[in-house]
Design a protein around this ligand. Structure first.
Ligand SMILES: [Ca+2]
Ligand SMILES: [Ca+2]
Length: 281
């Protein structure tokens, strides 16, 4: 594979050659993927190489469904070309090129960095030697799996080098509590109309006291429910707390908004809010 050839030798031409072949493949198969016929299972997207380059590893491929990517990108406007040069649990180094005509400010989501503080530097690498051409501003950022990092502004059509280097390792975030709620966590009793909300601890530590705020979607007024705590799951037993929703009256509204509020550091905060449809049981 041409990618391995680059890894072993540092020669870039084999990768460029493979990218040309990938683009050719995508171009002539595009009708088969889109308007020409039903999606066939004998046609593979040639995504391994673009994944390896832009994300650091394969994110998803037939028969390889475990996500291995090191980084993914948001806010690119479809104009970001990325080449992960170096990846390890304590560092990432990536070439970034904005191929558009306007500046973009992408956000990197890191997936395999250890929890820690990192020195982050974005600088020009016009001579493409993998080193910044001059001094570049360094900022400190705390990062862990799934956390987002604003990369900074990328000028059009310039090779930029992003370096994320660990300054200090912090405790593994998997040893934190993780309170969670999702859009299937509301039950309505068909007989009585009583509404019960379930919240979960899916983390690696007991959660102390927290509160759950509930509102009817799009309407003023929150009801707050206090929960004394929720132990971490043991073995294969899930850890759940149920809350009888005394008010607001959820009958007649399409959905409720739920927010878990805690002072405790969490494994992931993106699952602390949910819009939960109200469906009679
Ligand atoms: Ca350079
Ligand atoms: Ca959480």
């Amino acid at each position: 594979m041409k990618y391995l050839q680059w890894l072993m030798t540092g020669e870039r031409e084999p990768v460029v050659e493979a990218l040309r072949a990938t683009l050719s493949d995508l171009s002539w198969e595009l009708p088969m993927w889109t308007e020409a016929e039903q999606s066939p299972d004998r046609l593979w997207l040639p995504q391994a190489l673009p994944n390896m380059m832009a994300l650091g590893d394969v994110s998803m491929l037939r028969n390889r469904t475990y996500p291995l990517q090191w980084v993914s990108w948001l806010g690119t406007g479809g104009e970001l070309a990325a080449w992960v040069l170096d990846k390890a649990p304590d560092r990432l180094r990536v070439w970034l090129v904005n191929v558009g005509d306007e500046p973009i400010s992408p956000i990197a989501t890191v997936w395999r960095l250890q929890h820690g503080t990192y020195s982050v530097r974005l600088g020009a690498d016009a001579d493409e030697d993998g080193q910044p051409d001059g001094p570049a501003e360094t900022v400190e950022a705390e990062l862990a799996r799934g956390w987002e990092l604003p990369v900074g502004e990328l000028p059009p059509r310039a090779v930029m080098l992003l370096e994320i280097m660990q300054a200090e390792a912090l405790e593994p975030i998997t040893e934190r509590a993780d309170l969670a709620v999702c859009d299937r966590d509301l039950a309505i009793d068909a007989e009585t109309g009583a509404a019960t909300l379930t919240v979960h601890n899916i983390g690696g530590a007991d959660a102390g006291p927290f509160s759950v705020r509930v509102a009817r979607q799009g309407m003023d007024g929150w009801a707050t429910y206090e929960v004394v705590g929720l132990a971490a799951p043991e073995g294969l037993e899930p850890s759940r707390a149920t809350i009888a929703l005394a008010g607001p009256d959820v009958a007649g509204c399409e959905a409720i908004e739920v927010e878990i509020v805690t002072d405790q550091p969490e494994l992931f905060v993106g699952n602390n809010r949910a819009i939960v449809p109200v469906v009679d049981g």
